[in-house]
Design a protein around this ligand. Structure first.
Ligand code: SAM
Length: 291
């Protein structure tokens, strides 16, 4: 399994928790706003393997045209395979025409396009005047403050509203152990390490997103969207530990710390194998629109 296939596997596993976590107040407010439109043209920013649009298909009654924007081409290819599978499972006909996928049943028509590009280049690639909504799931904790601000300025120019869900703000294990806060802190430091685009917002995205959306003149509704990972879900818990195991050594140099990390991971794995570890992961959802 290559890196993208592994990532695609993770994105599929998290659908269950994302669906349970999404803040219904925030979602309903967006749905009410969309009632005024006969057809909907929607951007899915950082679409990955298309989990976000698949979630919304049944929540929208109008004819839908989606544009999946994703910088990772292989993920977008997997997205189309999964959309075709979704169509079969939900009794839609699917037709692939060049880079466009059309899903139809007797009542609904959904058209999906893919754009391999950075979210921040969108304005140069398509006419944003024709869109009704942007959505993004689990994306903005990866963004720097500057990138998010640039995106907001673009949304403002085209008066595009945005529903941004599952933005990471923190985590804790149950039962807690002595070194949890220590290694969670390193995990956060890794999210906020210096990268070619600056520093990711990581767990601080919630407060910055709120201030920035307000600051640019959007009406904003915010709500919590926590994951509660059950102690029986060892596969999911192992994924989370796996991310920590991979990332933390990139920012710690001392051999003693690496040793402490290994010991901590081993303890956690033992508790997982006894089905005694659960984990809460905090997120925030935002609905921002223009009046
Ligand atoms: C955690 S995944 C979420 C994927 C999907 N939204 C979902 O809910 O399953 C974040 C995605 O955002 C994409 N991404 C991050 N920064 C991006 C950018 N500047 N332009 C386009 N895609 C980006 C990543 O490649 C990744 O696929």
């Amino acid at each position: 399994m290559n890196k993208n296939q592994k990532l695609a596997q993770w994105l599929e596993l998290r659908i269950f928790y994302d669906a349970k976590a999404r803040n219904l107040n925030v979602e309903t407010s967006c749905q009410e706003y969309l009632q005024r439109h006969k057809n909907l043209k929607i951007l899915d920013l950082g679409a990955g393997t298309g989990a976000n649009c698949r979630y919304y298909f049944s929540k929208i009654s109008q004819e839908q045209e989606w544009f999946l924007v994703e910088q990772n081409q292989e993920l977008l290819e997997i997205a189309f395979d999964r959309l075709i599978l979704w169509a079969q499972e939900n009794r839609y006909e699917s037709q692939l025409q060049n880079s466009r996928l059309v899903l139809k049943n007797q009542v609904h028509k959904i058209t999906i396009h893919r754009i391999v590009a950075s979210i921040l280049d969108l304005e140069n690639l398509i006419d944003l005047n024709t869109f009704d909504l942007a959505v993004a799931n689990a994306v903005f904790d990866l963004f720097s403050e500057k990138q998010f601000q640039t995106l907001l300025e673009c949304l403002k120019k085209y008066q595009l509203p945005m529903l941004a869900t599952i933005n990471y703000t923190g985590m804790n294990f149950i039962p807690p152990s002595d070194n949890d806060s220590y290694f969670i802190k390193y995990y956060h430091q890794h999210m906020q390490r210096h990268q070619y685009f600056g520093r990711g917002m990581g767990p601080e995205c919630g407060s910055f997103m709120w201030e920035a959306m307000k600051g640019i003149g959007m009406k904003v509704l915010q709500g919590e969207s926590p994951w509660e990972i059950r102690n029986s879900d060892s596969v999911f818990l192992e994924f989370i530990l796996g991310f920590m195991e991979q990332s933390i050594p990139e920012i710690i140099q001392e051999a003693t710390l690496q040793h402490e990390l290994n010991t901590w991971l081993l303890e956690k794995q033992q508790i997982i194998s006894q089905n005694k570890l659960s984990c809460n992961v905090a997120h925030q959802d935002f609905w921002g629109y223009w009046e």
